[in-house]
Ligand binder design. Structure first.
Ligand SMILES: Cc1cc2nc3c(=O)[nH]c(=O)nc-3n(C[C@H](O)[C@H](O)[C@H](O)COP(=O)(O)OP(=O)(O)OC[C@H]3O[C@@H](n4cnc5c(N)ncnc54)[C@H](O)[C@@H]3O)c2cc1C
Length: 389
């Protein structure tokens, strides 16, 4: 399926391209990633500066309503936006989690005050947000979470531990799920708090990943006093808020085919120039490897079709349903296949440099944002109509 881009989307493309040509300079291009162990306060400030310049030009949250600083962009304008940032190799914002996951929940459930105080700073990257959902004993079974919030006057007293918290070491705000009713059935006793991470009683302990990055954190809450005004949605209605957040997280995979298909394309090029060590043969001459590369190419194209289907659904006003789980599943599994085929094509060279890092990082994709097994359960029930497992 190839979309016809409407004229306003093409106009946005031209405007954004011209702006990126001028503003996406080597100074920003050479910055380490937000997760890199080499990221210091200077580099973080530069990332925020880039974010602010995107925001000031009206490019940080184009899908948001105009009154909140967005452009009220159509689905196709959002597609063009993602394509152009990808083409330039430019990062979106420092609020990877804030803009895609947390903001839609604040827009759906937030008070006017929460919207007007929190969203503009999130859009500019002045505040960085993280998502405090998972706990050591509550990941896939998120509703088992035990971090407690007990009402005490105008505050909640929060106690407990979160884990696998992405960006928590840089974040100053957190969308936090807490248990506010221990007697109710587990899905019904959860609330969502928008927590200022600088409050006393909150300790962030970074976890170093296998590639040496600072990506994840544990967060410990010890009698942290969070104002009751931080409640997002009604008390004990946090499960609905969490589902809004998670659906948006899974929905975000619709644009991920761009990065994945670039990697497949790079690999196809590398196969043409990498020698096998047998006579003068290139990797691309080997029948078994050609088949693996062809299959990988098809997987990438399938992912694009799934993304296009989700986009088409959005254009026609359909809610994002289980296709988000399907796209997440195909994206994460195809990513890992890319890593495996890179090993076949490049041999030992696939274990160092960018490929080396990528191939290790890819292992986490089938866990983050809903594991493969959980996504398969969702697809089995909602797409195939099989009974609940
Ligand atoms: C890169 C990355 C970023 C993350 N970022 C965040 C973040 O910012 N904030 C946050 O709160 N969390 C985050 N997480 C945590 C993530 O949400 C959890 O890891 C995930 O939900 C799985 O939970 P778990 O690790 O506790 O595994 P478990 O739920 O303990 O699962 C262990 C294994 O059992 C399987 N399993 C579990 N239940 C079922 C079932 N019903 N049927 C079949 N199999 C099942 C799983 O598929 C998995 O293989 C992140 C994780 C990763 C990898």
């Amino acid at each position: 399926m190839d979309f016809n881009y409407p004229p306003e989307a093409e106009a946005l493309r031209d405007e954004l391209r011209a702006w990126l040509d001028e503003h996406w300079t080597d100074e920003y291009r050479s910055l380490p990633s937000l997760f890199a162990c080499t990221l210091g306060s200077f580099e973080l400030a530069k990332h925020q500066e880039w974010n602010a310049s995107l925001a000031d030009a009206g490019f940080a949250a184009i899908s948001w309503p105009v009154e909140l600083g967005g452009r009220g962009a159509s689905v196709m304008e959002q597609v063009v936006f993602a394509e152009e940032l990808h083409r330039a190799g430019a990062p979106h914002t420092v609020n990877l989690i804030g803009l895609s996951n947390v903001a839609p929940s604040i827009m759906s459930y937030g008070t006017d005050e929460q919207k007007t105080t929190l969203l503009p700073r999130m859009r500019r990257g002045d505040d960085i947000w993280c998502q405090g959902f998972s706990e050591p004993d509550a990941g896939s079974d998120l509703a088992s979470l035990t971090t407690s919030a007990v009402r005490d006057g105008d505050d909640y007293l929060v106690n407990g531990q979160k884990t696998w918290n992405t960006l928590g070491h840089l974040a100053n705000w957190c969308e936090l799920l807490v248990r506010t009713d221990t007697e109710a059935p587990k899905h019904k006793g959860i609330s969502c708090l928008l927590v200022d991470m600088t409050l006393p009683g909150i300790e962030v302990r970074p976890l170093t990943t296998i590639v040496g990055d600072s990506e994840f954190n544990e967060i410990f809450f010890t009698d942290a006093r969070v104002p009751a005004s931080a409640l997002l949605g009604a008390e004990n209605e946090g499960w609905r808020v969490a589902m809004t957040t998670l659906n948006n997280e899974r929905g975000g995979v619709a644009a991920l085919h761009l990065g994945l298909r670039s990697k497949i394309s790079d690999l196809l090029e590398q196969a043409k120039t990498t020698r096998t060590g047998i006579a003068d043969r290139m990797v691309a001459d080997e029948p078994a490897l050609r088949q693996r590369l062809a299959l990988l190419y098809l997987e990438g194209e399938l992912l694009k079709m799934l993304a296009d289907r989700a986009i088409s659904g959005a254009i026609h006003g359909r809610e994002l349903g289980p296709e988000a789980s399907l796209a997440k599943l195909v994206w994460s599994e195809t990513s890992q296949h890319v890593g495996e085929v890179a090993g076949d094509v490049l041999g030992p060279d696939a274990n160092s440099g960018a490929w080396g890092r990528d191939r290790v990082a890819m292992r986490s994709y089938t866990i983050a944002g809903g594991t493969t097994q959980v996504n398969k359960n969702i697809i089995a029930q909602r797409v195939l109509g099989l009974p609940r497992s």
